[in-house]
Design a binder for this molecule. Structure first.
Ligand code: AMP
Length: 416
């Protein structure tokens, strides 16, 4: 038997119901904030991710699904979406026609991580990107949108952590000092931590290893001590707006985020409703990325959030049934066309959901199925009624039934 690939999931119709509800709410939420949907391709040239996410990140080093196409071009399934959105923005030179672009996206991303609860190899992300504004109010809007989305979905155990990574070469300067402060503990680090320390020292701050965390907490310098007065002012302006919006957060000076393109504000939303993989959403400013990928010097900020993590945090029943309003009990082959005409009429005229059985099962088992689908009404086509151009309509909640002229079916339901 051919099975799905480890770390991927089939979403059957009843599991999709919750996801579709989430997407519907997100679409409305984004629209009322002035963000429009962008859909970019699922695969891109590999260079896009190595240049934006960063060559020495786990994502680029070991988690990408990459292959060489027939024309010898290296292609990659997107591990995240910011790079693609920025690529598209640059390619279309959108800054020439609009001073600010606000996008949102929902779709699959791919990372070859070790699968566990809340961590998949094909997972789904939604997120926003606001490209064009350098101002703190833009940071505050993005963070408050992340916060309000989780509130909208009823998640209370939220924590927002915020930090600033500064701008210019702060990251580089801090990275050197960080490495110098930790190198004397090199015998305490494992192989991958030593590689991080050498190639991308900031990633050490992300370590989940308790011993490493302790060494880091006691010895690492704070990036916040390195940032410029202007960066500091920007950070204070952002948190000042958040305070006024009554959004609670903690300033976590060790928060760096795993992707290389961040500058200034970075943030993460976690929930204690989740287990080990407690990150719901992460984001930040990436003021240099548009330029680095070949565009103008245009500042931007965004976040990305996991759909599967949101579902876990919401703790929803994932076995919902697909409901119908009307169930047409169809027993005889010769009545099928009539049944389908009635179904089409009701769908077109009243916009109600109508289900027709196509198994020619007994009335009893069709009625059982109608109950399972929470049908409000069943329509039964039987010879006796049809001879008088009528059908039998049963109100399932009130358990009453009536013979109704086929010509009067629409008005019958309108009055019900
Ligand atoms: P990142 O792009 O790493 O900042 O991820 C943004 C969000 O996507 C995280 O906060 C998670 O909610 C979600 N996410 C990232 N990787 C995975 C994964 N492998 N499986 C499920 N969700 C993920």
């Amino acid at each position: 038997m051919i099975k799905n690939i480890k770390g991927t999931k089939d979403l059957l119709p009843n599991a999709m119901l919750n996801i579709l509800d989430i997407e519907r709410h997100l679409n409305i939420f984004m629209n009322i904030h002035g963000y429009g949907e962008i859909r970019t391709p699922i695969f891109e040239s590999t260079e896009l991710f190595s240049r934006s996410v960063g060559e020495h990140t786990d994502i680029v080093n070991k988690e990408m699904y990459t292959w060489v196409d027939q024309n010898k071009q290296s292609l990659t399934l997107r591990p995240e979406m910011t790079a693609s959105v920025v690529r598209s923005y640059i390619q279309k030179q959108l800054w020439k026609t609009e001073p600010i672009s606000k996008f949102y996206y929902i779709g699959p991303s791919f990372r070859r991580e070790r699968p566990q609860k809340g961590r998949l190899r094909q997972f789904h992300q939604f997120g926003i990107e606001a490209i064009g504004s350098p101002n703190p109010e833009q940071d505050a809007e993005v963070i408050s949108m992340a916060y309000n989305i989780y509130k909208m979905f009823g998640i209370d155990n939220l924590e927002i952590k915020i930090n600033s990574l500064g701008s210019g070469n702060i990251r580089k300067k801090y990275g050197i000092d960080l490495r110098d402060s930790l190198i004397k503990f090199k015998n305490e680090f494992n192989e991958s931590e030593l590689i991080r320390l050498e190639k991308n020292p900031l990633r050490i701050l992300d370590s989940k290893n308790k011993k490493t965390q302790k060494i880091v907490n006691e010895n690492a310098p704070n990036i916040f001590d390195y940032i410029s007065d202007e960066d500091n002012q920007h950070f204070n302006d952002v948190i000042n707006i958040l305070d006024q919006l009554k959004i609670t957060y903690t300033h976590d000076q060790k928060l760096v985020r795993g992707l290389d393109y961040y500058t200034k504000t970075v943030f993460e939303v976690t929930s204690s409703n989740l287990g080990a993989q407690d990150a719901l959403c992460g984001g930040g400013r990436y003021n240099n990325l548009v330029k680095e990928l070949g565009g103008e010097n245009i500042p931007a900020i965004g976040f990305a959030a996991g759909v599967e993590r949101l579902l876990l945090a919401m703790n929803l029943e994932d076995n919902r049934t697909i409901d119908t309003d009307v169930y047409i009990v169809n027993i005889e082959k010769q009545y099928t066309a009539k049944a389908m005409q009635i179904a089409d009429l009701l769908r077109k005229e009243l916009g109600v959901a109508v289900y027709i059985d196509s198994l020619r099962r007994s009335i009893k088992s069709q009625m059982r199925h109608a109950n399972k689908m929470n049908a409000k009404f069943t329509i039964i086509l039987d010879l006796e009624n049809l001879k008088k151009d009528k059908v039998l309509i049963k109100n399932m909640n009130e358990n009453k039934q009536e013979s109704i002229l086929i010509n009067n079916i629409v008005s019958y339901f309108e009055s019900e």
